[in-house]
Design a protein around this ligand. Sequence first.
Ligand SMILES: Cc1cc2nc3c(=O)[nH]c(=O)nc-3n(C[C@H](O)[C@H](O)[C@H](O)COP(=O)(O)OP(=O)(O)OC[C@H]3O[C@@H](n4cnc5c(N)ncnc54)[C@H](O)[C@@H]3O)c2cc1C
Length: 290
Amino acid sequence: MIPESFEYHVPRTLEEAAQLIAQFGDDGKLLAGGHSLVPMMKLRLASPKHLVDLGRLDGLRYILEKDGWLEIGALTTHYRIESSSLLKEKCPLLPMTAREIGDVQVRNKGTLGGNLAHADPAADWPAAIVALEAELKAVSAAGERWIPASEFFVGLMATSLSPGEILTAIRFPLLPPRTGDAYIKHPHPATGFAVVGVAARVTLNEKGAVETAQVGITGVGLAAYRASAVENEIRGKLPTAKNLQQAASHAAEGVEANDDLYASAEYRAHLATVYTERALAAAAERAAKK
Ligand SMILES: Cc1cc2nc3c(=O)[nH]c(=O)nc-3n(C[C@H](O)[C@H](O)[C@H](O)COP(=O)(O)OP(=O)(O)OC[C@H]3O[C@@H](n4cnc5c(N)ncnc54)[C@H](O)[C@@H]3O)c2cc1C
């Protein structure tokens, strides 16, 4: 339970961090909250020779509204998102998701950027990120770019970040009118991670029918995905129990569901349909009250 020895680096600027991580290549790892990386190092599933600690980069800890987006710095903790009054008002799905993560210690240390870069298939954030069509800012010694959420998660614990890129910010569209959000998860009884987690945003039209539904699902496959078949099925219909159930029946369509000791692939796929129905119903109910 003791990691292999490593060199520890504490850059004071983002530029310095980008230069260090570029210089170390495969021998280097970025450290944010340490709540995924340190356990992996202790288990020797990761043995970086150089750790580049982002912890002094206070400029990466913020939540603000800017140019019609809500932008969150990558080092912002789950707790800060959970307790943000700006987000509760303008993007409630984010505080709803944050409060489902681990326990208070984990939420106090773990960061949004670290969680997304780690890309654990059972992590909570990826469902909201894909549902909300977020954009993720990557900075390296060579420059910067925004990555659409639909292109960010590319497989089991794999993202489209290139070696040397640091995730610095994530931005989200503002909550439109007549819109409700919901995040509902089936937590693993031992770890609390999502066996299945469903993030839903529903916008109703003036007649009360579904104008758009956005559904992101984590825990089921190797990476979080957008449940397009569910969204297409419910669009234009009233959010009645029957219509929601029919739409949610497509939740695991086309996805090879994970299979482990706790949940077989069949059970996981079933949970996906049940939790999708519940998340859509909760989001539609909130939208109707707006
Ligand atoms: C007991 C426990 C329970 C937990 N329960 C849950 C849960 O229910 N749901 C859930 O979603 N998560 C859970 N987690 C994980 C937690 O949310 C972690 O905080 C998170 O996954 C990683 O974030 P971090 O800031 O700790 O990143 P770190 O552990 O520091 O880093 C994780 C990985 O991301 C890379 N990285 C970090 N920051 C960046 C960046 N800015 N740019 C590029 N790469 C970066 C690192 O190099 C590393 O590979 C739990 C963890 C623990 C210990």
